[in-house]
Design a protein around this ligand. Structure first.
Ligand SMILES: [Zn+2]
Ligand SMILES: [Zn+2]
Length: 351
């Protein structure tokens, strides 16, 4: 088996493993940059199972999901609840179809949304007030939008026509602090925006489990959405991180990619350190760059293989964070934002 430097890149295994009382983890294959599988969790009770994040749409996931449920001894019709942690296709892709075929409830965070009516593409409504008029044609900083590639949009369209993709329609939207009964006990819903605006974590205070979705991952730093996640998504993300760190009784974190882990505080510290370093890098390169575009900054932060709309989106989140903290100035130049970061203007760690 090839060695993968990051757990999240490992291909899906055939295993079905108990990771807590009444909680089972299995993996579904996905092919996305940096990701080889998604962890799907089954929360078992006397009525059957609740399924968390049933993977991408399409026949491969569907066949694998069916096989895993058979391994578990849970007929699909006994899936009474489908839970989606957030609006990324590796999490919601098969949720709508599973909910429909099983006659199950579909549970998300309150802000969850995927598709604009009549469109097959992910919703970009909150693109923000950018220098260029139409938020769908561009992004706030005037670069290319971090949209799914055309090939993936085509795939959704084809799968939808073939009945293999069903747009997820939540029947229950959880607010922060709401509780939901899973695996025979109460779990608390936590709204954890930053990776996406609609990210949901579920905490089981009784057994000390945390379903962390993509909010806290074991060996990669979750992407921070630059658009669609409010004015300062990095601040939202960092406060969501501290929020889960402060929870009482988290013995084990169950992430959507990679292996379950115990040291939540250590992982939170490492992710915070990563973002502090990114901000420090922006302060130090700004002198040499002068007033520069988001794209130019992103090329300083990311290696060439990762250049593109995703890197720009995350760089934008960091630059806006500095601007809102009074550490950077933003101007418009030829339809694009340019930023000048004042080195040393900020004191102490970013909040
Ligand atoms: Zn995600
Ligand atoms: Zn994911």
């Amino acid at each position: 088996m090839p060695q993968h430097s990051k757990q999240e890149q490992e291909p899906a295994t055939e295993e079905v493993t108990e990771v807590g009382p009444g909680v089972v983890r299995f993996q579904l294959p996905i092919q996305m940059p940096g990701l080889g599988h998604v962890n799907t969790y089954a929360l078992l009770d006397e009525r059957g199972a609740a399924i968390v994040d049933p993977g991408m749409p399409g026949p491969l996931t569907w066949r694998t999901l069916g096989r895993r449920l058979r391994q578990l001894g849970v007929p699909m019709r006994h899936v009474h609840t489908v839970i989606v942690t957030h609006s990324h296709p590796d999490h919601f892709g098969s949720a709508g179809r599973l909910a429909r075929e099983a006659g199950a409830e579909l549970v998300t965070q309150s802000a969850f949304r995927t598709f604009r009516p009549g469109r097959d593409g992910p919703d970009q409504r909150d693109a923000g007030a950018g220098p260029v008029g139409n938020p769908f044609a561009t992004v706030p900083w005037g670069g290319r939008p971090p949209r799914p590639p055309r090939s993936r949009m085509m795939m959704f369209r084809v799968l939808r026509l073939a009945g293999q993709f069903v747009v997820p329609q939540p029947t229950t939207r959880l607010d922060d602090g709401d509780t939901i009964k899973l695996a025979g006990r109460e779990w608390t819903a936590l709204h954890t925006p930053g990776h996406t605006l609609d990210h949901l974590c579920l905490h089981d205070p009784e057994e000390g489990l945390l379903l962390s979705g993509d909010h806290v991952l074991p060996t990669i730093t979750p992407h921070i959405a630059g658009m669609g996640a409010g004015p300062d998504p990095l601040s939202s993300y960092l406060s969501s991180l501290r929020r889960v760190e402060r929870l009482e009784n988290v013995q084990r974190v169950l992430p959507a990619h990679g292996h379950p882990f115990d040291d939540l505080a250590g992982r939170v510290k490492a992710i915070e350190r990563h973002h502090a370093e990114r901000l420090e890098q922006l302060r130090s390169v700004s002198g040499a760059l002068g007033a520069a575009t988001v794209e130019a900054y992103s090329r300083e932060l990311f290696r060439p293989a990762r250049w593109g709309p995703m890197a720009e989106s995350e760089t934008y989140a960091h630059l806006e964070h500095l601007r809102l903290a009074g550490e950077a100035e933003r101007h418009e130049q030829g339809g694009r934002f340019v930023y000048l970061v004042a080195p040393g203007a900020g004191a102490g760690p970013a909040t």
